[in-house]
Design a protein around this ligand. Structure first.
Ligand SMILES: [Zn+2]
Length: 109
């Protein structure tokens, strides 16, 4: 059986997560800003420059989320109607969320 997973995270949390994201220009490693970024910020993996992506500003993130709501979110209703939608809580550490995703997929094997 096919399953479609909606990894659910509230908009304000997505906004704060992405607003804090910093990315290495060279290797694209991601970092989380604590509001006190080193200047310049050098990547621990490759020594490249770490900065905020132009599309990780609150205005740009809100625009992307508006596009998601308009263009992608309708698929949630579609797959709900097909009975194949599972909602997984995206709140927590990466390990916690990964364990929820694995448990969800395993329950359909
Ligand atoms: Zn790097």
């Amino acid at each position: 059986m096919n399953v479609v997973i909606d990894l659910e995270v509230k908009r304000d949390l997505v906004l704060s997560r992405l607003s804090a994201r910093r990315t290495c220009h060279s290797c694209e490693a991601n970092y989380i800003s604590n509001g006190n970024d080193p200047q310049p910020w050098k990547c621990e993996k490759c020594g490249g420059t770490v900065t905020q992506r132009a599309d990780d500003t609150p205005a740009a993130i809100n625009h992307r989320l508006d596009l998601y709501d308009a263009l992608t979110a309708p698929l949630i209703t579609y797959y709900q109607g097909k009975g194949s939608l599972q909602v997984v809580d995206g709140l927590g550490t990466p390990d916690e969320v990964f364990a929820r995703l694995v448990a969800c997929v395993e329950s359909f094997r």
